[in-house]
Design a binder for this molecule. Sequence first.
Ligand SMILES: Cc1cc2nc3c(=O)[nH]c(=O)nc-3n(C[C@H](O)[C@H](O)[C@H](O)COP(=O)(O)OP(=O)(O)OC[C@H]3O[C@@H](n4cnc5c(N)ncnc54)[C@H](O)[C@@H]3O)c2cc1C
Length: 490
Amino acid sequence: MRKRIAIIGSGFSGISAAAYTAKSGNEVHVFEKHSQPGGRARQIETDEGYVFDMGPSWYWMPDVIQDFFVDFGYKTSDFFELVSLNPQFEMIFSDEKLCVPENFEELKITFEKIEKGAGLQLEKFMKSAKFKYEVGMKDFVHKPCINWVEFISPKIAKNALRLDLLSNFREYVARYFKSEKLRTLMEFPVIFLGASPKNIPALYSLMNYGGYVLGTYYPKGGFYQLVLAMKKVAEEQGAIFHFNCNVEKINVKDKKVSSLVINGEIHEFDEVIASSDYHHTETLLNEEYRNYTSEYWEKKTFAPSSLIFYLGFNQIIPNLKHHTLFFENELDQHIDCIYEEKKWPEKPLFYVCCPSKTDNSVAPEGKENLFLLMPIAIGIKDNEFVRQKYLMEMLARIEKHTGITDLQSKIDFKKSYCVRDFTSDYNAYGGNAYGLANTLNQTAVLKPKMRNKKLKNLFYTGQLTVPGPGVPPSIISGKIVGNEINKIKN
Ligand SMILES: Cc1cc2nc3c(=O)[nH]c(=O)nc-3n(C[C@H](O)[C@H](O)[C@H](O)COP(=O)(O)OP(=O)(O)OC[C@H]3O[C@@H](n4cnc5c(N)ncnc54)[C@H](O)[C@@H]3O)c2cc1C
């Protein structure tokens, strides 16, 4: 039966869910509160000629992203050009810098130079990580995780030990490498998963494989090209996108969602998929229909929020790579400020993306486009004073690294983004940037459920449910929910 389906939100998960449900012949409408698609991956175009991706900048796991397009008879190259970055990124320590090259053999040499035997150890680490990637990204993450019986397939049960689900990432990395620098380099990707390496299962070494071995890419024109390409695919399947449409309430009748209130008007649907932040979606329901209480959310470990600056500079900044990690201070000190102490860091680490090094369409000629990101605790005090204070610190460290002086006077465009903006723009709990952390007790079946327990026609998708945060998982999340809806007969 052709169903009338509403999707709340047009981030990666919402667009993906729209494409899969429309492909099965349903009438699909996507309602997005903003004027453009992409959610956390929206783009800003300034009058000065800068183009900023607002969120994601690391294009990892290209095969997983490709799978979405293949499902609809396409390839990513039908829509945009992917550039493989070399080096993939540079990490700045207090006493030296380390480049991660595109070529894995060269990376082994880099490791060997830092620690005798580390080249071979890296090979062993990646052999195991490849196995996890293949089982994890091809099997495990595609499950709706309704219960343990459904989740633990014979393949997962047979390989439970090799998947390292129960050991922690910190100890796991330490088994391979002694050098603090190499450990930090290997631990850094789990920050994307929103938790301390101490609390993340070693299973997620699959991230190291999905990045360092498969490579770090950049879509020409910016990450937003992926959003536009996916939207085009969804529209070709028949999905209809409605922008500037805020969903204000989810109405219930006879134990089913009957309609949505959108910009003050009532619209009826057979099924609803909410890709808006899970906690916010539940506030659109009367309390008795919510899956989780406010106490439940208070106890959850959220991934960090972020302080971000989108900066245009009126000159080229030398000695800066496309991706640079400023890790001159201790990783643990910063991480503890996010998860334990929940305060602004005294000795912060931060990340700089300079896409104009690869793409001359994102800044006017002779100018530079910089995106600065510092992960911080959710819910902390955020005001102009504190944002400015950290901007000064980050600029000073960029000056030291690049040799350019008085960067502040060269700023041509400046916009900051932080906790308050995540909360107001995305209805994000505590102003989180990356959803819910992938800690052991928030993995798979232990994540917030994809289906409402009392209302059979209400589903949730996106980075707060399975499989978790990140662009590839969000795309997969939309596919899983689409498949669940397609299984329903009437
Ligand atoms: C700064 C930043 C950097 C990141 N970097 C990377 C990276 O380099 N690589 C990577 O893989 N991942 C990265 N991520 C994570 C990745 O961007 C997210 O996991 C992913 O985009 C989440 O997609 P989503 O569909 O779950 O949610 P969202 O993108 O948040 O989409 C939800 C949508 O719902 C809309 N919405 C909310 N409430 C309503 C309502 N009531 N009515 C209508 N619409 C509503 C919102 O406007 C939004 O468009 C980053 C995230 C951030 C914030």
